[in-house]
Design a protein around this ligand. Structure first.
Ligand code: SF4
Length: 322
């Protein structure tokens, strides 16, 4: 993979950076150390930022039901403080100052940072939570402000398919940001060419429209073209590439060297496709097998495609072990 700028990633500070949890502890998160050389982290602890000390009494999401519907509030039961507004104000001010961000890794289950995994209570004093999970108030503000931002929690990043999707997105977005900042059309053409198979796997139709945008037949200014391209990119990358589209891309790529494979290798390829149809997790292995053939037959076009190596290769191995 050619050198690419480090993605800028917001991370909950308690994930291996600071003992800032309500109980004065820090979460062991070895993945942060693996990622550090490759990404530029921005750490944040929203609860500390709104002035709650360490240690502090726990806070929780309480569902307020009123005449005009439901509203999630942030309450500290021990003090009966309603922190909803403080958190909303901090989040808005924080996000308004944030210029370039490519992704976020947030702490699961937190009333501030959790993304869809946080307990929700009917009142400040109820012992049992409701049968639903919510999103922390900071996380909600973040995803509202950046609707297509790649966001995972520390549990999701342990899942190989989710991790692969997240890393693919943040590196694709960081490289795109560099292209946008260059102001050069030829850089965008180059970006589109190198990412063609990757984009095809995510959304073939959108990839074709992005090709039209890049072709820029009506000679629009760079600013307009890059904005339109960026909108397509963010949206298309927000959903994981499906098994069918990945197989289509791989079959398309195999067309560059399949005549040179011997019968055993062709049979192996069929077997691997079968395995992949049953288990998403083998996609990485399939791509590695392709890479060995691409190198053997020196297929220059495929060697330049980010699809086979969308982020630094060392990351996948090291993150699998933590
Ligand atoms: S989950 Fe978020 S608010 Fe809670 S300690 Fe971690 S960084 Fe701070």
């Amino acid at each position: 993979m050619p050198a690419c700028p480090p993605p800028t990633v917001i991370i909950s500070k308690c994930l291996g950076f600071s003992p800032c949890r309500y109980d004065g502890k820090m979460i062991s998160f070895p993945a942060a150390n693996v990622l550090k050389p490759y990404v530029s982290f921005i750490t944040v602890c929203p609860e500390c930022e709104i002035g709650l000390g360490v240690p502090r009494k726990p806070i929780r999401i309480v569902l307020e039901r009123g005449e005009f519907g439901e509203k999630e509030t942030l309450i500290q039961p021990a003090t009966e403080l309603d922190l909803t507004e403080d958190m909303a104000d901090f989040t808005a001010a924080y996000l308004n100052k944030l210029a370039n961000v490519d992704g976020a890794i947030l702490k699961s289950k937190s009333p501030s940072c959790g993304t869809g995994s946080t307990k929700v209570f009917a009142s400040a004093s109820s012992r049992n939570c409701l049968h639903r999970r919510g999103t922390g108030l900071f996380a909600e503000g973040l995803t509202g402000h950046f609707p297509y931002l790649p966001v995972v929690d520390e549990e999701q990043i342990a899942d190989s398919a989710m991790r692969d999707h997240f890393l693919t997105r943040i590196f694709a977005l960081a490289t795109f940001r560099e292209v946008a900042e260059s102001g050069k059309m030829h850089k965008l053409v180059e970006y589109h060419t190198r990412n063609k198979l990757l984009l095809m796997a995510y959304d073939k139709e959108a990839m074709t429209m992005m090709g039209d945008t890049v072709a820029n037949r009506v000679k629009r200014p760079f600013g307009e073209v890059i904005q339109e391209y960026g909108r397509y990119l963010l949206k298309m990358l927000s959903r994981p590439a499906g098994t069918g589209p990945n197989i289509n891309v791989l079959m398309h790529a195999a067309g560059y060297f399949s005549d040179s494979l011997d019968p055993d290798e062709k049979a192996l390829l069929e077997d691997r496709f079968r395995e992949y149809r049953q288990n998403d997790a083998v996609l990485g292995e399939l791509k590695k097998m392709f890479m060995s053939w691409i190198l053997r037959y020196n297929v220059e076009y495929l060697l330049k495609q980010t699809y086979f190596c969308p982020y630094p290769e060392e990351l996948s191995g090291s993150l699998r072990q933590v």
